[in-house]
Write a protein that binds this ligand. Sequence first.
Ligand code: UDP
Ligand code: MG
Length: 317
Amino acid sequence: MLVALIAPAYNEEGNIRALYDAVDRAFFHEADLSCELIIVDDGSSDGTFAAMQSLPTPPAPHRLATVSFSRNFGKEAALYAGLQRAHGDIVVFIDSDLQQPPHIARQMVQVLIDNPDADCVAAYQEQRERGLRSKLSHQFYRLLGASSNLDVLADASDFRAFRRPVADALLSMSEYYRFTKGLFAWVGFKTLPFPYTPAERHAGTTKWSARGLLKYAANGLLSFSTAPMKVAMWIGGIASLAAFVYAIVVIVQRLAFGIDVPGYATIVCLVLLLGGIILLMQGIMGEYLARTYIEGKHRPIYLVRRESVKGGNEESR
Ligand code: UDP
Ligand code: MG
């Protein structure tokens, strides 16, 4: 049984060695599991790459593969690069800041081994009480699930262990705008939830700002749901109906009762309101169009600067 661990790393110089040691403790001493650790340096500007280079060669049959991007392409691109290099029968996505501890990954792999019928194990954070960020994120995933008709696991992270068919399914989706949680929902497969408590970051700081999270959410919604485009149809339909009814009222008032209908203020308000809605909807359509444009270029999802493999049966490249 070959297990591949894919760890994206962006400015994680303080965590690389600790990650290696934790994976060593959890996986490299197993006799019946052979493990490949794939660390993807996502264009880090600190010493992450040097830290990766100075890692020892794992004991046979285990392997260490390192990939370094030409710039920061994002975590989703790093996961994709890892997938393309993973040979494992079981693949695990794991953060390199040790918030998703390797010994938990080992337990998730065991769940897959013990349950031949399951295809994927998704770690989720057990919530006793929710903060604002967690509440918002929960509601967002419910909205995403409802508007995309997909079964999105609301609290699941992308800390997952899955079998080869799932990995191949993810690989077959070579879109540029990658949203891993949505991709997992889209491919389906039998997924078991696995409760865990994230650890504190070993070193460094989180890469997520409030703005980053908002962009991430917008990307998820635009990538997996076309519902926002349909909103225009509904608003347009309702506005047309209201206008039609109102026109009849005005005609009847004028013809039957001879009332002059004053309406300057109403007209200004309606023109502004409808104009605003039309522009908003054009913006939303534009977002989809822009994505179609970028996807249509078929640019690579990432570019590699350096790459090497240590241990196992392969020579260093
Ligand atoms: N990451 C990455 N590229 C990026 C941002 C983050 O590869 O552009 C990696 C990062 O190194 C870490 C993981 O993605 O291993 C999760 O990032 P982070 O810990 O900042 O997120 P959080 O745990 O706070 O949600
Ligand atoms: Mg983290």
